[in-house]
Write a protein that binds this ligand. Structure first.
Ligand SMILES: Cc1cc2nc3c(=O)[nH]c(=O)nc-3n(C[C@H](O)[C@H](O)[C@H](O)COP(=O)(O)O)c2cc1C
Length: 256
């Protein structure tokens, strides 16, 4: 129904979005989605994701921005339990290798963290980047070659937020050997697997990032991440009204 309304508005306004505004509740809906999105690993319910829901979420991903509008993504949907088991095996190998890379005092904590929900989630989706999807020279990718991969990451984030708004959990699994994943999913070498995502309905979403709750890392104070005119030039609330405002808004995310 929504799309019919939008098409009517567009048709009567020569392609301009003059009728598209967000009232307070719609705007708050977006913030609510952003501040309540979580990486989900352990709370997946086995029930299926209806095609009509998945289709909407994939459309959200497909409408992400992309450098030169190259849309370098593909969405490889993995529902076969045997295939998921094989990806899980890849994860287990990489996870064991990863544990050895941390300082000894952190290894036990690392091993105790649940970092994937490959088998528990009903669906996995691998979002890829086809670097050749728009020819060799792409508007905007002429000087920073990785811009195409960043575009696929934008699709991931769109999918992640749309999924949260649909009540679906998403977990990103990056502890995988990329080449072995390509082989397993028959992805050609030139196509980059950007994100391997676990998707499904969940028992619950956590309030905070699990890594924060586990004491792995805290959320950084926003005011220390804002620099002015030059790298590392931070300002105090007394020196700058934006920092003062950021400090005043410290509880903004909690309102949602
Ligand atoms: C590029 C990227 C890769 C990630 N890889 C993993 C992963 O392999 N396993 C995992 O459990 N979480 C992974 N995450 C999720 C992060 O740990 C999570 O986003 C972060 O701890 C903040 O928590 P939140 O997403 O619940 O807010 C990844 C997130 C991003 C953006």
């Amino acid at each position: 129904m929504q799309s019919t309304i939008k098409h009517t508005a567009k048709a009567t306004h020569s392609g301009q979005q003059t009728d598209i505004w967000f009232d307070d509740s719609e705007r708050n809906g977006l913030y609510k989605t952003i501040f309540n999105r979580r990486d989900v690993r352990g709370q997946f319910k086995p029930g299926p994701v209806p095609d009509e829901v998945l289709s909407r979420v994939l459309y959200a991903a497909h409408h992400a921005p992309s450098v030169g509008f190259m849309q370098p993504w593909n969405f490889l949907v993995v529902a076969d339990q045997q295939k998921k088991q094989q990806v899980h095996d890849l994860f287990t190998t990489a996870h064991n290798e990863a544990a050895e890379m941390f300082p000894e005092e952190k290894r036990d904590t690392y091993r105790s963290l649940k970092l994937e929900g490959i088998l528990e989630s009903p669906l996995n989706i691998c979002i890829t980047c086809d670097r050749d999807s728009a020819g060799p020279t792409v508007i905007g990718r002429t000087h920073i070659k990785t811009m195409d991969q960043y575009s696929s990451v934008c699709a991931v984030q769109n999918l992640w937020l749309a999924a949260r708004a649909e009540g679906l959990g998403v977990g990103w699994v990056s502890i995988l050997d990329q080449r072995k994943l390509q082989d397993l999913l028959n992805i050609p070498r030139k196509i980059i697997p950007i994100a391997y995502l676990c998707i499904g309905y969940v028992d619950h979403f956590y309030d905070k990032p699990e890594l924060e709750t586990a004491g792995w890392l805290p959320r950084q104070p926003l005011e220390q991440l804002v620099h002015f005119d030059s790298w590392q030039n931070t300002r105090s609330a007394e020196e700058d009204s934006l920092i003062e405002q950021i400090n005043r808004d410290r509880d903004f995310p909690e309102q949602f």
